[in-house]
Design a protein around this ligand. Sequence first.
Ligand code: SF4
Length: 221
Amino acid sequence: MVRILSLSELENFPSLEWDQIAPRMTCASCTALERVLGRQDGGGLSRDECLLLANAEGYDLLGLLIAADTLRCELAGNLVTYVVNRNINFTNVCFVGCKFCAFSRGPRESDAYFLSLEQVARKAVEAWELGATEVCIQGGLPHGLPPFYYRDILRAVKNAVPRMHIHAFSPMEAWIRSPEQRRKSSTTTFASFSRATSCRRNNGNRSFVRLIAAALAVLPR
Ligand code: SF4
């Protein structure tokens, strides 16, 4: 049975070394993380290993924290940097209602909104003029978006500000617009996806992590 870690154990993970935690981890998690640490690259993890780590508990979760912190230290050091960015939430209409965010609205609520491509582009221009180099773009999940709407958002921003870095779309947005899902009814498929990840029943980061893991598992390669 997996031991549930206390809050203080989680908060104090930086006081531990990899060699202290590795012998307590399960073999599969330890092997996957040792490979990442050895190569200084998580790109070689298999899909099953990603899911395993996304669901890590107990000592495996501590090991994951330590490995991530070790890698961060090796690759980026302790110098903290930042980018100036602007969030552009192009719509707050969402049929999911997973409660992870505080901004989603039903389509008929009085404060529901949907920005046009021109408005999105204008916000990107405003951000650039104020010194931002990145826009984060994410919306709710409304029904009936045109098939290539996300592409059109990216084009609108790049046409308006070619040098703007775009950090866009949630795993759920990527999943719902994947070619496989576009061929099906998004409502039906999302319902099964939602059940599989319990996102309607559980709020908070834990269910969101599982949701991301499930999204990664079904995304086309
Ligand atoms: S799917 Fe996204 S936009 Fe919709 S409620 Fe959840 S976090 Fe909010």
